[in-house]
Design a protein around this ligand. Sequence first.
Ligand SMILES: [Zn+2]
Length: 97
Amino acid sequence: MKLNPEQSKQFLEFINSKWKPSRKCEVCDQETWGITDVIFELREFSGGPVYFGGVTQPVIPIVCNTCGNTKFINAIKAGILKLDKKGNFVNHQEAKQ
Ligand SMILES: [Zn+2]
């Protein structure tokens, strides 16, 4: 799911408020991070064929542009997604309605 411009801005503000210096990459010691504008999902490993069900974590990657080290920020913790009363993911703007 691609972030809209408001969500991208909101995510950047969240990162800037939480990620304190030093922001150097622990792998290559550079500070060349790139923030993606797409929410991906991490699925629980089923031990076999892809299983659609179980636990899913929505994450937004931050990638070191020098070495590729990748951090995943949880989109719920970042305030981009919320859960509705049925436990379905909704984006923050839909949750306000
Ligand atoms: Zn790096």
